[in-house]
Design a protein around this ligand. Structure first.
Ligand SMILES: *[C@@H]1O[C@H](CO)[C@@H](O)[C@H](O)[C@H]1NC(C)=O
Ligand SMILES: *[C@@H]1O[C@H](CO)[C@@H](O)[C@H](O)[C@H]1NC(C)=O
Ligand SMILES: *[C@@H]1O[C@H](CO)[C@@H](O)[C@H](O)[C@H]1NC(C)=O
Ligand SMILES: *[C@@H]1O[C@H](CO)[C@@H](O)[C@H](O)[C@H]1NC(C)=O
Length: 245
């Protein structure tokens, strides 16, 4: 009798433990694999992540998006200009709007189209070369506001097996970013020569999109790695079958 009670209790406990182990945190909304509206479900699930992305979830290594801090530094050389951008902080990412989503659970390809109305970016830059025919050399702080940002992220997933469970991981993330417009203010160029500096800021602002397109590969690369790390922090924490039951 006592033994049966023990069996009953332990199976209850094991059952409880198992359920607890399977529990997903509140911020994850799962989408059934055969949901006829898988796309709609996944968009809602991303939308519901917004408040958590805003603050970050340290227990799951999900960083805060406000500001979005990129710790890497990025060096690029384009059109005779060397540029190193470091210590980038961006504000406004959490105002994202998911415009579209394409999902293929067989090939594990995900394409997300996201709009962000406005981003304010602060960074440290080092420039050496010519920008729009003006010789430029120096370093300092850079502030830029970009408006009407639209991004398309292509995520290639892969299933890895760990401890007998299948986990999704994004092995490759490609990002294309377009911006509508904006302005930039660079400080400290030309050893503080205010006349040359205001001239350069003027030229750059009148040709903001050209200026930004020079920087875009750098921006895309850094954002792609943020996308990949954040995405992986979320999907690698839970077995695939749990995320897509
Ligand atoms: C899928 O979503 C569309 C548009 O939101 C809706 O019209 C349709 O009824 C949904 N279908 C199902 C099966 O939920
Ligand atoms: C990085 O940027 C932040 C915010 O703009 C600033 O507070 C910090 O001092 C910078 N750090 C370095 C090492 O430049
Ligand atoms: C896999 O199992 C090992 C040993 O039991 C454990 O240390 C590790 O955290 C497990 N990994 C995952 C992803 O659950
Ligand atoms: C960016 O926008 C903020 C207000 O949102 C403003 O204070 C700042 O001067 C702007 N910077 C540039 C470079 O336009």
């Amino acid at each position: 009798m006592a033994f049966r009670k023990f069996l009953f209790l332990s199976s209850l406990l094991i059952g409880l433990v198992r359920v607890r182990g399977k529990e997903l945190p509140d911020f994850i909304r799962t989408c059934a694999r055969d949901d006829p509206n898988l796309t709609t479900c996944m968009i809602s699930s991303v939308e519901e992540l917004r408040p958590y992305l805003l603050k970050g979830v340290p227990e799951y290594n999900i960083p805060s998006l406000e500001p979005l801090v990129m710790t890497d530094f990025f060096a690029d050389e384009a059109a005779g200009m060397k540029i190193v951008v470091s210590n980038v902080s961006a504000w406004g990412c959490s105002d994202f709007f998911v415009r579209g989503l394409e999902t293929n659970l067989d090939t594990l390809q995900f394409i997300v189209d996201v709009d962000i109305p406005k981003l304010r970016i602060e960074a440290h830059y080092h420039l050496d070369g010519k920008l729009l025919l003006v010789p430029v050399k120096g370093d300092g702080n850079l502030e830029t506001n970009v408006t009407d940002v639209s991004a398309r992220a292509e995520l290639q997933g892969e299933i890895i097996e760990q401890n007998g469970s299948k986990f999704l991981t994004y092995s490759q993330v490609k990002l294309r970013v377009h911006v509508g417009g904006g302005s930039v203010r660079m400080e400290n160029l030309f050893n503080g020569d205010k006349v040359l500096l205001s001239m350069l800021n003027d030229v750059v602002n009148r040709n903001f999109k050209v200026f930004l397109s020079e920087l875009m590969p750098v921006i895309e690369k850094s954002l792609a790695s943020v996308f990949q790390n954040t995405g992986n922090a979320i999907v690698e924490a839970f077995p695939f079958d749990q995320l897509f039951p």
